[in-house]
Design a protein around this ligand. Structure first.
Ligand code: SF4
Length: 65
């Protein structure tokens, strides 16, 4: 099944970890929070995106249901 992620804007503390690990999937938005820029995640970026997700200190990166 395709991986689909989003960033909970209330939980993101703008640390930049996800963008540093996986800049092809995560980027800053106008509120200076991280957001997911591709949906669904391309297969070749899934592993990196999961690594970014696991590195988020506030667990702001969630799976879409
Ligand atoms: S790792 Fe988490 S807290 Fe840090 S910028 Fe990304 S979503 Fe926000």
């Amino acid at each position: 099944m395709a991986v689909r992620l989003y960033v909970d804007q209330d939980l993101c503390i703008s640390c930049g970890a996800c963008i540093g690990i996986c800049p092809d999937v995560f980027d800053w938005n106008d509120d200076e929070k991280a957001e997911v820029t591709v949906d669904p995640i391309p297969e070749d970026l899934e592993e990196e995106a999961r690594e970014a997700q696991e590195s988020c200190p506030t667990e702001a990166i969630k799976d879409k249901e």
